[in-house]
Every structure is written in C-alpha cells, then in structure tokens.
Design a binder for this molecule. Structure first.
Ligand code: A2P
Length: 295
C-alpha cells in the first residue's frame, strides 16, 4: 500500500511532466446533458472538487463546460485551480479526426485549454482492422496540441499492457495517465503496476461499482467499523490503491459525502477484503476487454 500524502480535494499528485492533478476527480459518466450535468458539476465545484472528468462520448461537455465557466465567473476559483479532462470519441481516431475532435471539445466546453485529454478506448469497433495505426495518428495530433499549449497533459483510458506497448513504439511524448476501472473486487494490480512503472498516474473510474457496491455485506461491515458510508470507504480504498478515484453523483449531499475521505485510513486487511469482493455477485460489470467492445 502506498503512503498517502493527500489531505483534501485540492491535494495533488504531480504527473511526469510536472503538471499537478487533484487526487480525486468528479465523474460525469451517465450524467445526462442539460440541467442535471450543469447542476451536479456546479455543486461539485462549490463543495471543493477541482478536478472534473468528462468525455465526448458522455454527451454532456456543453453543460459541464457551462457549469465550469459559471463557477469561474463567481470568482471562487481561477481557471488554473481547476483540472478538466475530456476524452477522444471512438469514432474520431486517426490524426485529422483527432485534431478536429480536440477543437470541438474545447469549443463545447468553452475552454481555451484542457488539462488532460485521453484516448477513451484503444480499439474501437470502427478501427478494429487498424487500431494501432489509428492510435498512433491520434497520439500525434495530441502531441501537437500538447506542444501548442492546448492540452496540459495527454494520456489513455482503458488501455491494457499490449495497447500501451504498441503506442510507445511511435509516441514521441509518453502518456502521462491511464484511466481504468477500479472498484471493489476490481483492483487490477498488474495493470496499475505496469502503468506506474512507466511513470503514468492511474485514474480509477466507477469507484462505487456504478452503485453495485451498496449491496455488499463486506463493505457494510467495514463501513460500520470506521463509522463511514460505503461510498466513503470505496473512495478511500481507491485512493489507497494508488489510484485517482472519479466518483459520480448527481445528488449534492452525496457529492459532498464522497469527498469526505481524508479523516480516516483503511487497514491493510480491510483493503485486501475489498479487493477480493465478488463484484459479479453485486451486479458490477468487469473492466471491459477493449478488444471486444462493439462500440
Ligand atoms: P446518484 O448519481 O443518483 O447519486 P460510480 O461513481 O461508481 O459510477 O457510481 C455512481 C452511482 O453511485 C450512481 O448511481 C450514483 O447515484 C450512486 N452514488 C454516488 N454517490 C453515492 C452515495 N454517497 N451514496 C449512495 N449512492 C451514491
């Protein structure tokens, strides 16, 4: 287990290129565009989250961006205090399409620059016959946007070891992040180690098992032991795995609750029990194999 030096939502880790990334991000997958995305992102920012994670595929960049810009107008934070991530859509792989996609995301979000841009999936169905070449083209476009100051860090999402190795064959700038599924029962220790050995920070999506964790008797007992909610135990566990958790909620009380994870620490035996949870029994879906997606 890593020693945790983070004490609040604005505590950061430093990426290999020197950019600071807040230790918890606010997730927006499955948050509908419009008023729900707007209000939940605004609630998250008001309660102290400084790291927001969206994606073109989530369809909510416009509302997420509006919340960010309205929050900035309130004067409670500066743009440089925030860390905003979005991701390349599966249909936009390849050099030219990625260049256009970056501009489109910037425009939808209403931002001059992104803090982090990720290739969302390594092997979309649309590029199955030439996925490695398509990724190499996307990466080149991302490197250029990085060098032009449009993106402060570039990385990957849902990449397994083989996809990372392949990308490294042509990358000039190595990836700084890999975002994968990390939740109770799905710790992916080998992939986490592989990424860390290559100086990549690991972000963990679905830290609450997209809601499945709340049915777990193991987690209920551990939550009682620490006097915390199951959600808080899950977020804390993800942090203690060395990941940057990205909890999602559209409910202001839960948004706040999910961030109150800095006043306790899980013992090793509890971390182990959480890693060993039978996720399938809770209806939690595994990390998808990126080579078998039909999207
Ligand atoms: P809601 O958005 O209505 O709060 P994950 O982050 O793993 O994707 O999990 C998100 C799911 O967990 C959503 O269904 C979300 O519902 C729910 N959720 C988020 N935070 C909490 C919480 N503190 N207590 C109960 N459910 C939560």
């Amino acid at each position: 287990m890593e020693k945790l030096n983070v004490t609040s939502l604005s505590s950061t880790y430093t990426l290999i290129n020197g950019v600071n990334i807040p230790c918890i991000g606010f997730g927006t997958w499955q948050t509908p565009d419009g008023v729900v995305a707007y209000e939940s992102v605004l609630a998250a920012l008001k309660c102290g989250y400084r790291h927001i994670d969206t994606a073109t595929a989530y369809g909510n960049e416009e509302s997420v961006g509006k919340a960010i810009n309205d929050f900035l107008k309130s004067g409670e934070a500066k743009r440089s205090d925030l860390f905003i991530t979005t991701k390349l859509h599966n249909k936009d792989h390849g050099y030219e399409a990625t260049k256009n996609a970056i501009e489109r995301s910037l425009s939808l979000l209403g931002l001059d620059y992104l803090d982090l841009y990720l290739i969302h999936w390594p092997n979309p169905i649309f590029f199955r016959d030439n996925w490695a070449k398509a990724n190499a083209g996307s990466w080149k476009a991302m490197e250029e946007a990085y060098e032009a100051g449009k993106i402060r860090a570039i990385g990957l999402s849902n990449f397994f070891e083989r996809h990372i190795d392949k990308l490294m064959e042509t990358a000039k700038i190595p990836p700084m992040v890999n975002q994968i599924k990390i939740c109770p029962g799905i710790a992916q220790p080998e992939l986490v180690k592989f990424c860390k050995d290559r100086n990549m920070e690991v972000e963990g999506y679905s830290p609450l098992g997209t809601g499945g964790s709340f049915k777990s008797e193991v987690l209920k007992k551990i939550a009682q032991k620490y006097g915390k909610s199951i959600a808080q135990v899950c977020v804390r566990w993800s942090l203690q795995q060395g990941a940057i958790p990205l909890p999602k909620s559209v409910n202001p009380e839960r948004i706040a609750q999910n961030s109150q994870v800095f006043d306790f620490s899980l013992e090793n035996e509890d971390c182990k029990a959480i890693a060993e949870i039978n996720y399938a029994e809770l209806g939690i879906t595994p990390q998808r194999n990126p080579d078998e997606n039909n999207f």
